[in-house]
Ligand binder design. Structure first.
Ligand SMILES: [Zn+2]
Length: 150
């Protein structure tokens, strides 16, 4: 799931770029691909071949979001920062490994790969545990720092 990894690492990156930034929307965007694709895999398994990484984990979705943010926000810098929170999810998911490129570049390399036939991502458990610990440590640090500044 990598929940603390996504939220903590993204929040720390935004805080480093803009110390005063509100972190709620960045943290939401950091997990938005999973908030869309994990329910989709349960509700519409045939559409995404049971894969918990589908439409929201594609470059096409990232491009649509970038266009939307650039049009909706007057400040392009802010739009890019928020978009980076979403795009960062795909980086932290290491979409270049295993079946990732077929999802990322959908539909160019064919349909979404079947969850049951997908190749295994190397060192997944070690990566997940490390990411969750680092993310949780960042969140604790941020919570303390922001409480001090209030
Ligand atoms: Zn994901």
């Amino acid at each position: 799931v990598y929940l603390f990894g996504h939220i903590g690492i993204t929040a720390a990156a935004v805080d480093a770029a803009q110390p005063e930034a509100d972190l709620k929307l960045p943290m939401f965007l950091a997990i938005l691909p999973d908030l869309i694709d994990k329910p989709a895999a349960v509700l519409l398994p045939a559409l995404v071949h049971d894969n918990s990484r589908g439409f929201a984990h594609t470059l096409a979705a990232a491009a649509v979001l970038l266009a939307f943010l650039a049009a909706a926000l007057p400040n392009l810098r802010k739009a890019l920062l928020l978009w980076a929170c979403y795009a960062g999810h795909l980086v932290l998911d290491r979409m270049w490994l295993a079946e990732g490129p077929q999802i990322l570049l959908w539909p160019l390399l064919g349909p979404f790969p079947s969850w049951f036939e997908r190749p295994r991502t190397p060192h997944l458990l070690a990566y997940n545990i490390t990411g969750e610990l680092v993310g949780a440590a960042f969140l604790l640090h941020l919570a303390r720092k922001r409480a001090r500044n209030m």
